[in-house]
Design a protein around this ligand. Structure first.
Ligand code: BGC
Length: 436
């Protein structure tokens, strides 16, 4: 074991999202989100997220397992339609659920990191036009206000949105995520509504939070890995990571307007008008990085030339060097501390005869990626924490329940939870701050 380079207050945690784990889709006054009403042919195996991990009824047990894993933080998201089942109508029971969860986390010494929006738009908002309607900007601010009023006396860490890249691109361009539409020509409008809603939400948090807030975005961000570590190769990888293919659309398209107040021109269109910038540029405290694979030439994080051992079960390339270069390039360009808000690997994990899950491949993945985070920390880049994706196996959106990302295995029939070998391995990393 080497000496730990991680700071004492490093937030070692795990992440989830409401639609992916909660279930309880029609409980206690909640109304459906766009994922609850997904047409049956849009999700693998005809699955739905109505029950998922039934976290809505198992949350105490789930927090106890977080404690057993030694987590210092837990990143979860709030379901908009649980809190506001109709426009302007608060749901006290839905709000209470999150308030109780926060209490239970704090009682167990676990810092809550709250994501306001992780893709589960209320159906009532979609019916008003969803992200295509300008009305979403004030309505998202109102929703944020309800969550802030309820939780900000105990919560310090806030993430208004998870991965605009994905819910705009997958939900409204390729159409393989809810609301399953393709409006390529609407990209500038979607970008504008989305970033303005982010800005307003961050302002609401900044102005109204009772505890001094730390606000960031969870960005689907990565980097190209340099061919070698010589100056020229690093400069070329840096350039591509912001100006080439996924480098433009995953990093610069969203982060330059938000953090630098700059509009981005790509593929013949501008993301925003210069005059929009005062309502877009936002002062943040950190950049949350959701990182799985280094950028690939083909856009999708996949590479046919590589063997299956070097990829996750969805075919995404596993290479921890990507997380190091993402941290380094994003920090250099935007001059903000970095939080790893998601990183993890899916596989087809199963329980062995001994009742355990021996997920050696995931352990190797974690050592590789966390080792590269460690490199960034040891070079003096401010990295605030690492939230493994995911705490438990869950509903993987259009992929259904096949890909398992969890530190905890979930039997979806019985809702039995089993900590995987990787969960115990993570606990050791957290305890010692050192990799094997
Ligand atoms: C999302 C998660 C998702 C994970 C794995 C991220 O893009 O934020 O909700 O489960 O990647 O696909």
């Amino acid at each position: 074991m080497g000496e730990s380079v991680f700071p004492k207050d490093f937030l070692w945690g795990a992440a989830t999202a409401s639609a992916q784990i909660e279930g309880g889709w029609d409980c206690d006054g909640r109304t459906p989100s766009i994922w609850d009403v997904a047409p049956v042919n849009k999700i693998k195996g005809g699955a739905d997220c109505h029950t998922a991990c039934d976290h809505y009824h198992h949350w105490r047990e789930d927090v106890a397992m977080m404690k057993e894993l030694g987590l210092k933080s837990y990143r979860f998201s709030v379901s908009w339609s649980r809190v506001l089942p109709e426009e302007g109508k608060r749901n006290p029971k839905g709000i209470q659920f999150y308030s109780d969860l926060v209490d239970e986390l704090l009682k167990n010494g676990i810092e809550p990191l709250v994501t306001i929006y992780h893709w589960d738009l209320p159906v009532w908002m979609q019916e008003k036009g969803g992200w295509l309607s300008n009305s979403i900007v004030p309505l998202f601010a109102d929703y944020t206000r309800v969550v802030v009023d309820a939780l900000s006396d105990r919560v310090s860490w806030w993430i208004p949105m998870n991965e605009p890249q994905c819910f705009i691109m997958n939900g409204h361009m390729t159409g393989n995520h809810a609301p399953f539409v393709s409006h390529y020509l609407a990209l500038p409008k979607l970008t504008r509504n989305c970033l303005m809603a982010f800005h307003e939400s961050a302002e609401v948090i900044r102005k109204n939070a009772k505890k001094k807030p730390k606000i960031g975005i969870a960005s689907a961000s990565s980097a190209f890995i340099p061919e070698n570590e010589g100056k020229a190769a690093v400069a070329e990888a840096r350039r591509k990571s912001f100006y080439y293919k996924s480098g433009v659309m995953s990093n610069r398209w969203w982060l330059d307007p938000l953090l630098l107040g700059e509009t981005v021109r790509a593929y013949g269109i501008y993301s925003l008008r210069k005059s929009d910038m005062p309502k877009i540029q936002t002062k943040l405290d950190f950049i949350g990085v959701n990182n799985y694979s280094p950028f690939q030439e083909n856009w999708y994080g996949t590479n046919d030339a590589l063997p299956a051992e070097k990829k996750n079960s969805l075919g995404w390339v596993n290479d921890g060097r990507g997380i190091y270069w993402a941290i380094r390039f994003l920090h250099e360009r935007y001059q903000l501390p970095i939080m790893i808000t998601e990183n993890g690997m899916c596989d087809n994990d199963d329980l062995s005869d001994d009742g355990c899950v021996h997920d050696a491949k995931r352990i190797g993945y974690m050592d590789d990626y966390i080792g590269n985070v460690q490199r960034a920390v040891s070079e003096g880049i401010p990295v605030l924490g690492f939230q493994y994706w995911s705490l438990m196996d869950n509903f993987e959106w259009a992929e259904g329940y096949g890909p398992r990302f969890g530190l905890i295995h979930v039997d979806y029939k019985t809702q039995k939870r089993t900590i995987k070998d990787s969960g115990f391995h993570y606990r050791e990393i957290i305890e010692t701050g050192a990799l094997g």
